[in-house]
Design a protein around this ligand. Structure first.
Ligand code: PLP
Length: 465
């Protein structure tokens, strides 16, 4: 392909993209395909001869698009959103064109220095103290794994990487019973073992870890000769949005010299609005904090903002410097590959720079506030509608409901019927063993009318069952 042809196709793709977004509301949110339908249309072996891109683009329309669940649909109310604001898409396009590898300062000075600055912007936007330094990880899962590895190495006086885990003391890490599965996986991958992840029961409206139980569990482990290494807290956990009491957790961690990590993957974005910050009061005491601009904020996946009080502990855990990775004669530079598990890194800061400059923090705040207001209004509307029960009250824009008295099977039937209908997309979750319907809002371009459609879809379909 010549670069002139590239330019033509790129312009066509931009037109296609604009049209796609302008007509998204007309499409069903969730893909309406059966398993195997798409695979059946894809050749079993790769072609020997190349073809023109126009033909590939046509196949993209007929084969791929019917099998897409539209994450950028304004009525996507299912999982936590994964927004791609238009300004961010353009930055990603530029990053793809330049395609730099941002592992070291010298392999990408602009990306490295912009990453430092963008993490400073985000820290400022969240109201965190300026002691924190940041790095952009590919996902919250990776940030949590990096934090768990730091907990492990710190508790083993940095001997684990050298000696292995055989014969080391039995490490213990604590979290609530509400945490995301990425916490469990980090524990597995770090070699700590599921049995050493102590899940503390939760209590209260926000389902926070019971501090009395947390303290008791730590003391019991110490008495038994086990070694507590860290605590992982959550602000806005996935199921119903549980928020730990971060002040209490930080106090206990300090008393026992434990490393603390906060998973605010979804809810962290809301902290750009000062009125929501009471939900994470005490966050400023944590050693490590992650939130995903690739969820609610609008930076295209992938982009996980990871803040550290003392990056040296992380670097001591992850940095490795063979000769070919050394940057000679450069002082005061940051090689971000020392802060993360993969060596290779994309230019992720660029989309944050485009996003925050184009919308401004006030523009982004307005969106978050609207999502929360409209979602909570829908919750109240449904609470007032005969036959519905709100099971957990809104935490930001997330709440759960069911048809009062419905069995788990009936609740699942309603979720499936709503998603087959296509106007909106929801998921189910378990709360205290009972199946409920989960509603969460945060699509970048959603409007109040989309919530009215949601009310109509939910009540129409429920009345037909
Ligand atoms: C989405 C989410 C994660 C996982 O995020 P990834 O970036 O996909 O790894 C972890 N924790 C919580 C609370 C989440 O909402």
């Amino acid at each position: 392909m010549s670069w002139d042809e590239f330019a033509k196709h790129a312009k066509d793709t931009a037109d296609w993209g604009a049209n796609y977004h302008k007509t998204l509301r007309e499409r069903p949110v969730r893909a309406q395909t059966a398993p195997g339908e798409i695979a059946a249309q894809l050749a079993a072996t790769p072609p020997e001869d190349g073809i023109d891109l126009t033909a590939i683009m046509a196949d993209f329309e007929t084969i791929v698009m019917p099998g897409i669940t539209h994450w950028q649909h304004p009525r996507f109310f299912a999982y936590f959103n994964s927004n791609a604001a238009p300004a961010s898409i353009l930055a990603e396009f530029l990053a793809s064109i330049i395609a730099p590898q941002c592992m070291l300062w010298q392999t990408s000075p602009a990306a490295t220095e912009m990453e430092t600055r963008m993490m400073d912007w985000l820290r400022h936007a969240l109201g965190l103290p300026d002691i924190y330094q940041g790095v952009i990880q590919d996902s919250a899962s990776s940030a949590t794994l990096a934090a768990v590895l730091t907990m492990r190495e710190r508790a083993l006086a940095f001997r684990g990487n050298i000696e292995g885990l055989h014969g080391q003391p039995q490490l213990r890490i604590y979290c609530s019973d509400q945490v995301h599965s990425s916490i469990d996986r980090a524990i597995w991958v770090a070699g700590i073992g599921q049995d050493n992840l102590v899940k503390i029961p939760t209590t209260g409206d926000l389902r926070h870890m019971d501090p009395v139980e947390l303290e008791a569990a730590i003391r019991k482990d110490k008495t038994a000769g086990r070694v507590p290494a860290g605590i992982i807290a959550a602000t806005g956990a996935t199921g119903m949005g549980a928020c730990d009491d971060l002040k209490a957790v930080a106090r206990i961690a300090k008393a026992h010299n434990l490393y603390t990590h906060l998973d605010a993957a979804w809810a962290g974005t809301a902290m750009i609005c000062p009125e929501f910050r009471p939900l994470w009061a005490g966050a400023e005491h944590f050693d490590s904090i992650v939130f995903n601009p690739h969820k609610w904020l609008g930076a295209q996946f992938d982009c996980a903002a990871h803040f550290l009080r003392d990056p040296d502990q992380l670097r001591q855990t992850l940095a490795i410097r063979p000769e070919y990775l050394k940057t000679h004669a450069a002082e005061d530079i940051t090689d971000y590959s020392e802060w993360s598990i993969p060596l290779g890194r994309r230019f992720r800061a660029l989309k944050l720079w485009f996003l925050m400059r184009h919308y401004g923090m006030e523009g982004l705040r307005t969106r978050i506030r609207n999502h929360v207001t409209w979602s909570q209004a829908l919750c109240e509307q449904l609470r007032g509608h005969p036959g519905f029960e709100i099971v957990t009250n809104p935490i930001l824009s997330l709440w759960t409901f069911k048809v009062a008295g419905a069995s788990d099977e009936e609740t699942q039937t309603l979720v499936d019927a709503i998603n087959d209908d296509g106007r909106i997309y929801l998921t189910q979750t378990l709360i205290d063993g009972q199946k409920v319907i989960r509603f969460t809002a945060g699509q970048f371009d959603c409007e109040e009318r989309d919530f009215h459609t949601a009310f109509d879809a939910i009540t129409d379909i429920a009345s037909q069952l």
